[in-house]
Design a binder for this molecule. Structure first.
Ligand SMILES: [Zn+2]
Length: 537
């Protein structure tokens, strides 16, 4: 009895020590940790065993991705965790990346056409979001277009830009005139309304008519209206070569628009067009870096091809001859008073584009011409190149690939951290089917000009940030599940100038908003994309 009472103080001391070493919080934490380990994580898709490149510049890491509904809900090692996935995708040997975002496309028509709205050519490149309405062409009735896409279904996500050219045409026609104060106010209203209806910004095509008729001051005023609604400014600049104000003059004009309108500016398909400006990529980059250092947000996109894609009228005929529209152009071509001046200026433009052998016809009503250079046509027709071009213009025009860029400039632009990938995909040019895989195959894996994380960022997160597209462009918990899984050994473009509509290879899975649009390399025809609407400033 007595002995037992004697032990009591030492027993109490033991309990006290235990309580200090393992306080109640310790048990609570352990219960929580156990719950985390054993709690079931239900997924629609588990992507396992691949190498993740998340859209930032972070080094590649072997990890797994979990998707539920339209969101990424898990990033990490899945082994040892209680994960139940409806489907598991084996990504061994594969690269897992955010779906690519293309800042410059001509998909407006394809997306509106139920037969082409799947955007298969883009999905097979790993593109899950396209921006369209570039070059000043985007419609100003934005809600109408977005609603139509929503009703009909689209294969990739799609965002719109309102076009300055479309707005100007609505208010001023195709005329070489300047707006009155009221007309300018009307144009500003159309732009502001388009952005409140969901456009992510405005685009200009100052090289093309009618955008070319606008003075810088007009563009600044309209860009202010876009800036107030939180939109960005995207431009096909007035001159990418030596046509009018020159490449550097155009970069300065773009920077001025950004500074005066207080709007982020984005140079589409940045290039040095024609031998006269080859090498100026260095000065262009210097101007952009200086502007960025002064706080103007300037970025650019680029496609990895030495030929641009345009039409023979835009490339060779001066803008004054187009004033008023096509009927007036055709009259001027026939007018014996005007024709000689036209020919002289067109000869200069042809030289700027590296001559008749550098112009390849890719589309024409006259299918005989397709696949031939202007040089080859001239030999058949026994005419001067410009006379032949005028004949083609009179017969409905033609789409062309214009070989006008140097590899040195392409490389230099690509290495810049503010340059993103953009296809500018148009009918007849391989870039519509090959841009993104080509950049990986040629410039990452073969030439090793840039690293894979750098190329992925330039095709995803950088684009989402620039165009202010929320919750896309990275592999991150809570983000939309736009995910691609590709084979680094086989990813490649297959489209050529001769066969431009050849799908790219190497995409094993393409997931759009959590749904599988490319499954084991095959297009599933699911329309999993959504029209994106700008909602916040
Ligand atoms: Zn363009």
């Amino acid at each position: 009895m007595f002995n037992r009472f004697q032990k009591l103080p030492s027993l109490l001391l033991c309990f006290a020590l235990l309580a200090v070493a393992f306080p109640p919080q310790f048990y609570a934490q352990r219960r929580k940790a156990k719950a985390l380990v054993y709690k079931e994580l239900k997924l629609d898709l588990l992507i396992k065993g691949g190498t993740v490149i998340d859209g930032s510049l972070r080094a590649p890491v072997k990890t797994d991705i979990g998707i539920r509904g339209d969101r990424i809900v898990f990033v990490g090692k899945s082994t040892g965790k209680n994960i139940i996935a409806a489907r598991t995708l084996d990504a061994a040997g594969m690269i897992i990346a955010p779906g690519f975002i293309d800042p410059h496309t001509h998909t407006l028509e394809d997306l509106s056409n139920p037969k082409l709205s799947g955007n298969e050519n883009y999905l097979m490149q790993g593109v899950t979001t396209v921006i369209t309405g570039n070059d000043g062409d985007g419609p100003f009735r934005v809600a109408e277009t977005l609603d139509k896409w929503q009703r009909q279904g689209i294969g990739t996500n799609a965002a719109l830009l309102v076009g300055h050219g479309a707005v100007r045409r609505e208010i001023l026609g195709m005329n070489d005139v300047q707006p009155s104060a009221e007309q300018l106010a009307e144009m500003k209203n159309l732009i502001a309304r388009a952005i409140t209806e969901g456009a992510f910004g405005m685009s200009t095509g100052l090289f093309y008519s009618p955008g070319s008729f606008a003075k810088t001051e007009e563009v600044v005023e309209l860009a202010k209206s876009a800036a107030e609604e939180g939109g960005v400014y995207d431009t096909h600049m007035r001159d990418e070569g030596s046509y009018s104000i020159g490449l550097l003059g155009s970069v300065r004009e773009t920077i001025r628009i950004g500074r005066e309108a207080k709007i982020p500016v984005h140079i589409s398909h940045v290039k040095a067009l024609g031998t006269e400006v080859w090498g100026q990529s260095r000065q262009v980059v210097r101007l952009i870096r200086q502007a960025r250092a002064r706080g103007v947000k300037v970025t650019a996109n680029q496609y990895p091809y030495t030929a641009s894609g345009t039409n023979i009228i835009a490339a060779l005929i001066p803008r004054w001859a187009e004033a008023g529209g096509t009927a007036q152009l055709l009259e001027r071509i026939k007018d014996p008073q005007i024709r000689p001046r036209l020919i002289v200026e067109m000869e200069a433009n042809l030289r700027r584009r590296n001559g008749p052998e550098a112009i390849l016809i890719t589309r024409s009503k006259d299918t005989q011409l397709v696949g031939k250079t202007l040089g080859a046509i001239v030999k058949e027709w026994k005419k001067s190149p410009v006379e032949a071009a005028l004949d083609i213009a009179e017969n409905g025009g033609a789409g062309i690939a214009s070989f006008n860029m140097s590899e040195g400039d392409i490389d230099y632009f690509m290495k810049q951290d503010f340059v993103m990938t953009g296809s500018d995909g148009s009918a007849g040019h391989p870039r519509k089917y090959g841009t993104f895989p080509r950049k990986l195959r040629e410039y990452v894996f073969e030439k090793k000009l840039i690293t894979l994380p750098f190329a992925v960022r330039a095709s995803t997160a950088l684009t989402a940030e620039t165009f202010r597209i929320p919750e896309r462009g990275r592999l991150r918990v809570g983000y939309f599940a736009d995910v691609i899984i590709f084979d680094p050994k086989t990813i490649a473009d297959r489209a050529t100038y001769q066969q431009p509509e050849t799908l790219a290879t190497g995409m094993k899975y393409v997931i759009v908003n959590g749904k599988i649009a490319v499954d084991e390399g095959k297009y599933t025809e699911i329309l999993a994309g959504i029209p994106l609407r700008k909602t916040q400033r």
